[in-house]
Design a protein around this ligand. Structure first.
Ligand code: NDP
Length: 452
């Protein structure tokens, strides 16, 4: 058996039941086969086995009190994955599905993603099985305080800098940071995604969605094409989906769908600026369901989730491009085939690992432009890195400055992924290029650091 296959089997045996983690490790490791031969020094230092094991996994109890006085207990996680190239950096996810395997898959991906950004950031991820949906602001605040009551001792501006992810937006970061300041008595850049008034960066909320669109534009550019006039299928309706739509509209493309965990809307006429403003207010302020979009705009059709289907009908509409921006494994093999059969030529992943391995194979076989999450959605963490720089410098850069840096970083990520895929004999295989480029930098840093 090859070193890589052997390692994947070992990871599965040593970490039973962590299926998302197995999936992420297998996807990355399989594309690293060619590096085994080219870099015998990595094999000698056993970098492959060392890189799949997190530096540490912190698991803790989070007790909190609801508005009626009932006491609840949630699980808290912070996986500090790899510090070879910089402080641990990665978001916090609050969602009932969160478990150790999901946090480890996200942390593992984050290591390579952060490496690709060109900025000095290691990888980490955390979160809780707490569900903010349907909770009052006071309940969310009490939960965030309880979560930070343990997390504070593990993080720091030079150690570990969390940010948002699913279920953790501006409101949650505000409560987490407020409590950190209270118990630590210091105002440092220990979290990113902060509000503008207290150390946040312009363009941070927009960065992941904008970045995914910039990445799609870069992939099209290689073929001499642009996004102008192209139709787009977008899933999710949270942070990433909203700003993906915004940038698509800015660049003259036409987003036609949005979704949440209850269903999706299809608006053939396109989601324009006014409709997007409605959706943003609906999701961010009123915290409602996407169904209301179709109640407001009669041209749009709402389809509720049908658990009996083995595909997602959102991906079964005629379109030129697709931007999965909700969650992991939201595009299976059948969805991937539906996308290709409906004319989709570009898939740029705003979400983390939204496509199953079988779905990825369909995209690669059909040679469509496929930007994997760790490259396409790296704009969010890149601007988080810029927020850390601004906090250290005690400066605030303008919107234009940050947006320009974001565009430069997305171009650099695209170039690294594309050039690396070419150097390894498969030009345009972005998953291959992104995995190898992200890995080699971290591996070299680990090698330089000795056996630690
Ligand atoms: P939000 O919480 O803002 O939005 C998540 C959206 O996805 C919501 O519409 C939510 O619907 C939907 N969703 C979540 N879980 C499921 C599920 N199991 N099934 C169906 N729909 C679901 O999160 P973000 O927009 O921040 O994150 C979206 C994706 O982007 C995630 O994969 C995240 O890891 C990734 N990402 C985010 C970054 C960021 O900067 N925020 C950076 C890089 C990647 P509902 O409201 O019904 O739950």
């Amino acid at each position: 058996m090859s070193l890589i296959k052997d390692l994947v089997e070992k990871v599965k045996a040593k970490n039973p039941a962590e299926v998302e983690f197995h999936q992420a490790v297998e996807e990355v490791m399989e594309s690293l086969e060619p590096t085994v031969e080219r870099h015998p020094e990595f094999v000698k230092a056993n970098i492959y086995e060392r890189i799949v094991e997190p530096d540490r996994s912190i698991l803790f109890r989070v007790p909190w009190v609801d508005d009626k006085g009932n006491v609840h207990v949630q699980k808290g996680f912070r996986v500090e994955y790899n510090m070879a190239i910089g402080p641990y950096k990665g978001g916090l996810r609050f969602h009932p599905s969160v478990n150790l395997g999901i946090i480890k898959f996200l942390g593992f991906e984050q290591v390579f993603k952060n490496s690709l950004t060109t900025l000095p950031m290691g990888g980490g991820k955390g979160g809780s099985d707490f569900d903010p949906k349907g909770k009052s602001d006071n309940e969310v605040m009490r939960f965030c305080q309880a979560f930070m009551r343990e997390l504070f001792r593990h993080i720091g501006p030079n150690t570990d800098v969390p940010a948002g992810d699913i279920g953790v937006g501006g409101r949650e970061i505000g409560y987490l940071f407020g409590y950190y300041k209270k118990i630590r008595n210091e105002h440092t850049g220990v979290l990113t995604g902060k509000g503008l008034e207290y150390g946040g960066s312009l363009i941070r909320p927009e960065a992941t969605g904008y970045g995914a669109v910039y990445f799609a534009a870069e992939m099209l550019n290689v073929k001499g094409e642009s996004l102008e006039g192209k139709t787009a299928l977008v899933s999710g309706s949270g942070n990433v989906a909203q700003f993906t739509c915004e940038k698509l509209i800015d660049l003259g493309a036409k987003p036609m769908t949005l979704s949440d965990s209850s269903g999706y809307i299809y608006d053939e006429a396109g989601i324009d600026r006014e409709k997007l403003d409605f959706a943003m207010d609906l999701k961010n302020v009123r915290r409602g369901r996407i169904k209301e979009y179709a109640e407001k705009y009669s041209g749009a059709v709402y389809t509720p989730v049908d658990p009996s289907l083995d595909y997602n009908p959102l991906w079964n509409h005629k379109a030129d491009t697709a931007f999965p921006s909700a969650t992991q494994n939201e595009i299976n093999e059948k969805d991937a085939r539906n996308l290709v059969n409906n004319g989709v030529k570009v898939v740029s992943e705003g979400a983390n690992m939204p496509t199953t391995p079988e779905g990825i194979n369909v995209f690669l076989d059909k040679k469509i432009l496929y930007g994997p999450g760790k490259a396409a959605n790296a704009g969010g963490v890149a601007v988080s890195g810029l927020e850390m720089s601004q906090n250290s410098l005690r400066l605030s850069w303008s919107r234009e400055e940050v947006d320009q840096k974001l565009q430069g970083i997305m171009k650099a990520i695209h170039k690294a992924a594309y050039e690396t895929s070419k150097a390894y004999g498969d030009a345009g295989n972005y998953p291959l290029g992104a995995n190898i480029a992200g890995f080699v930098k971290v591996a070299k840093a680990m090698l330089a650091g000795g056996v630690v």
